[in-house]
Design a protein. Structure first.
Lengths: 309, 615
């Protein structure tokens, strides 16, 4: 019992993931600044952001459901942290998960997005409702290709459904990114995670220019700080899950440390470049993109996996 | 050993006696029903706790007045019957409590308690019966009481009642045909002794006939069409009791008997069941996504969830069967609860359209909390019960995928469709919860207050059951309730998802969150009206939650199907009606009333007869 609480709160859970996730978000902002020929924020900026938000005034909407509005960010933080534990333990090779844990991870990863939606709707703000509707439709869109690629991974690994077994299979038989099927699958999941992180071109749920931050419009002060922490955690665990599924996981022994950091940084670089070189698309364009093209990619990946290519 | 005559016949007899009492004594009728259902709950619990050494035990009831029918009154007391009996007893009791407050004099429901009690008694009998004739007698009675529990007060509700009666009645007659074929093939009418492989033509017809009966009762594609209409037009207590809980229990009970006892599934039967299961999941949830009426939305979900149960049972492995049955129980709990919360909302506001509701979470906090638990549970959010049974089904499908048959090879199709159905369910319940309880509070709902004790007690019990069945599933619920399927011996599949630990971590993270809030500025928060980009807020500016999935309905591919569904292309009742009316118009064309035409027909007939006789 004690060890689980340690996993959850310290390493590899809440504390570790927020610190590393904050670091990653700094890297992302630095890359963005470089692309736009700016200098970028200082190293400690993510920490300053959280501290600043904790000190700012909290405003609660008058005609919304205040209790739901205040409580939902806590569940977002819980969802992100518990997925962090289930993802990072096998990916870092600390402990093996249980049979069927990737399905549990899929469901747990949905909790943060779901709580954004419920929190936004509880605020009673019409702009937040527009954002919530978009976020929900986006979830419906990226869910299917992500699941299809998971099936492709399961087939490639010979019907293994535990993340640690999939990583072990890749360690002995070569990472899935090396096969054509794995490569296509990787690209598909990368797009899905871009949408899950709410980054351009799939940031229509926040849409600063048109609906003033949409789903988080009413959030402020310490409640927003919790959302910020959730975002940091997601910034680490989604790339980590990608390395687990396609790059044979991470490792912290000897020269592997360098490799592990390179793997994560490669994915962050890709995500950051995509977000900086694309405009925001409309929600129906995003739905079409995922439902037609990404599903097609994922199905091709499954067929290739069955053929063993 | 308990006396089964009390369990089965006491509710029926008292139900008939209640016909005599006048309607003005509704409260007395209700209290009497409460005593009866309380007794049957006690009996069903003691039946469940009673264990025998043998896995299947037959029990001979004896009738004092008519000893000749004794040979039909054989009961089958195996794990499956005991399980379903237990939950019929539980739901019967809870919904009686709810009905006392819900079915008031204003509701003009005549003989509600009589039909309610007859339903309970007949269900106990149908589930415990071993003899197929005894079974089908009580099963037929259930169709009639289902019809009588809708209040037909206008054209729409009487049409719904008629549709229900016709669909259920037709499926019952097909069931009788199937039982006839079984008797002809085996010479036996005992469920426990019959075991037929679904390979020959006759056996396949018998299998399909029984399947039609079970699908119609449970509400699976394509025989589901009475469920959404019933849910919309019947009083909430009837919808919660019948289509959401009891008919699922009975229909899936029959399916389990078909798959496990009466027939041995061959590969085509498994494939067909899996296809029907998947279609049921997806089509019903897509329809639910675009509904505006809250009860009808729930009705479509009542159909969609059946798909998971069929999928689980079709797998045929111990894990699959246990998962299907566990999902059945879970679904009965949360779907019944959802209908109760819908009834509360309707009772307090008088509105059923999502458009007219909103922001009720402040006025009806208990109902909101219960509805939220049910909605998260049906959407499969860990650690609630709906997630656990779905997870078992997914694992069952993957395990099934390593088998040799064609249905096994297509495992990824079944898996992906069930996973997709789950996320669509989540989407439509976001709409449900936000449309009723969240969002801006409407001015005409300012006077709404929470329902009374009798009405919130059942839903609270059910919500707690959702949590308990989720958190203690692995260690306690699944082995004790579903041990008879052999799931505990099937390997280390269940029990590994550390759900109790996760539940503790939820509490810890809430504490951590509150510490962060305490460090922060939440205690000195300010309340202020919404900021909408500097615009003045107007009533028409609010974004209604029914608009949520308009984009999906507008997509070309889906628009086609929604349009056709609107025109009732997929409704077997309307298709059947079209065929019957077509025949009758053909006959009425023949019966023109002109004597010379009749004479021509007669001569033609005589000529044909002569030719046949001469040849």
């Amino acid at each position: 019992m004690g060890i689980e609480i340690f996993y959850f709160l310290i390493f590899p859970g809440l504390l570790f993931c927020t610190v590393v996730g904050g670091l990653i978000s700094w890297v992302d902002r630095k890359i963005t600044a470089r692309v736009q020929f700016r200098k970028g924020p200082p190293f400690m900026q993510p920490l300053y952001d959280v501290i600043k938000l904790l000190a700012k005034e909290t405003v609660v909407p008058l005609r919304g459901s205040a209790t739901t509005f205040i409580l939902t960010p806590l569940f977002a933080l819980f969802g992100a942290t518990i997925s962090a534990v289930f993802i990072m333990l096998p990916v870092l090779g600390i402990e093996t998960g249980f049979t069927g844990d990737i399905i549990v991870i899929v469901y747990l990863l949905n909790i943060p997005s779901l709580t954004y939606v419920i929190g936004a709707l509880a605020s009673g703000n019409p702009l937040a409702a527009v954002g919530a509707s978009r976020e929900m439709k986006l979830m419906l869109s990226y869910e299917l290709p992500f699941l299809l690629v998971l099936i492709s991974v399961i087939i490639q690994s010979g019907m293994l459904i535990s993340l640690s077994e999939i990583i072990a299979f890749q360690t002995s038989n070569g990472a899935f990114i090396g096969s054509l099927s794995g490569f296509i699958g990787f690209i598909t999941v990368l797009m899905c995670f871009q949408a899950k992180l709410g980054l351009v071109p799939f940031d229509m749920a926040e849409g600063e220019g048109e609906i003033c931050d949409g789903i988080i419009i009413e959030y402020s002060g310490s409640i927003l700080a919790i959302f910020k922490l959730t975002k940091y955690i997601m910034f680490l665990i989604l790339p980590a899950l990608l390395t687990g599924l396609f790059f044979a996981g991470l490792s912290f022994s000897g020269i592997h440390i360098l490799w592990s950091i390179l793997k994560i940084m490669l994915i962050i670089l890709l995500i950051s470049l995509i977000r900086n070189t694309n405009p925001r698309v409309r929600i129906e364009q995003a739905m079409k993109f995922f439902w037609v093209w990404m599903n097609l990619f994922a199905i091709i990946s499954i067929i290739l996996a069955i053929l063993g290519i | 050993m308990i006396d089964f005559r009390f369990l089965i016949f006491m509710p029926i007899v008292i139900g008939i006696v209640l016909f005599i009492l006048p309607e003005s004594l509704k409260l007395i009728k209700g209290l009497l029903s409460l005593i009866v259902t309380g007794t049957t709950l006690y009996l069903s619990v003691s039946l469940f706790a009673f264990s025998s050494a043998e896995p299947t035990e037959l029990y001979q009831m004896s009738c004092v007045f008519l000893p000749a029918i004794n040979s039909f009154l054989i009961l089958n007391l195996d794990g499956l019957s005991k399980l379903i009996t237990l939950f019929i007893g539980l739901f019967g009791f809870l919904y009686t409590i709810y009905s006392i407050a819900y079915v008031t004099k204003k509701k003009k429901l005549f003989n509600y308690y009589s039909f309610f009690l007859i339903t309970i008694g007949a269900s106990f009998g149908a589930v415990l019966a071993d003899n197929l004739l005894f079974f089908v007698t009580l099963w037929g009675l259930l169709g009639l009481t289902l019809y009588k529990l809708i209040k037909s007060h206008d054209d729409q509700s009487s049409a719904t009642a008629k549709k229900t009666l016709i669909l259920i009645g037709a499926s019952d007659s097909i069931l009788i045909m199937g039982i006839g074929i079984i008797f002809r093939m085996t010479g036996s009418l005992s469920i426990s002794s019959v075991n037929i492989a679904t390979s020959g033509v006759l056996a396949s017809i018998a299998f399909l006939s029984l399947l039609v009966a079970s699908f119609t009762k449970a509400g699976a594609f394509p025989f589901h069409t009475w469920v959404p209409d019933y849910a919309q037009d019947a009083p909430a207590s009837s919808s919660a009791f019948l289509p959401a809980s009891l008919d699922k229990l009975l229909g899936i009970y029959l399916l389990a008997r078909i798959c496990l006892d009466i027939f041995e599934l061959t590969s085509w039967a498994t494939l067909m069941l899996l296809i029907i299961g998947s279609i049921t999941i997806i089509t019903a949830v897509m329809m639910a996504l675009v509904q505006h009426n809250l009860k009808k939305l729930l009705g479509y979900h009542a159909v969609s969830q059946v798909g998971y149960m069929i999928t689980g049972l079709a797998l045929g492995t111990p894990l699959g069967v246990a998962a299907g049955l566990f999902h059945l129980i879970n679904n009965a709990i949360y779907k019944g609860g959802l209908f109760l919360t819908a009834g509360n909302v309707e009772k307090r506001t008088g509105k059923e359209e999502l458009d007219d509701l909103g922001g009720l979470s402040k006025y009806m906090p208990l109902t909101f909390l219960a509805a939220l638990v049910f909605a998260l549970s049906i959407s499969g959010i860990p650690p609630l019960n709906g997630f656990y049974s779905k997870w078992m089904i997914y694992l069952g499908i993957i395990e099934f995928g390593s088998g040799p048959g064609i249905a096994n090879k297509l495992w990824m199709v079944w898996l992906i469709l069930s996973l997709l159905g789950s996320s669509l369910t989540l989407a439509s319940f976001v709409k449900f919860i936000s449309g009723i309880y969240l969002g801006r509070r409407k001015d005409h709902l300012q006077t709404v207050r929470e329902v009374n004790f009798l009405m919130w007690l059942p839903q609270t019990v059910l919500a707690l059951l959702c949590i308990i069945f989720g958190v203690f599933a692995a260690n306690w619920i699944v082995p004790s309730l579903f041990g008879f399927t052999g799931v505990s011996d099937a390997g280390a599949w269940i029990g590994e998802w550390p759900v109790q630990m996760v539940s503790i971590l939820i509490l810890i993270s809430i504490i951590v969150g509150f510490i962060i809030y305490w460090i922060g500025t939440l205690k000195t928060r300010r309340t202020c009206d919404s900021f909408i980009g500097g615009e003045q807020l107007q009533e028409e500016f609010s974004y209604s939650s029914v608009e949520f999935y308009k984009t999906i309905a507008a997509l070309k591919f889906f628009a086609f199907f929604y349009d056709k569904a609107q025109k009732k292309w997929f409704d077997i009742y309307y298709i059947g009606k079209g065929i019957v009316l077509g025949f009758s118009s053909l006959l009425s064309w023949c019966h023109s009333g002109i004597l010379s035409t009749y004479m021509t027909w007669m001569f033609a007939g005589i000529t044909i007869l002569f030719i046949i006789l001469l040849l």
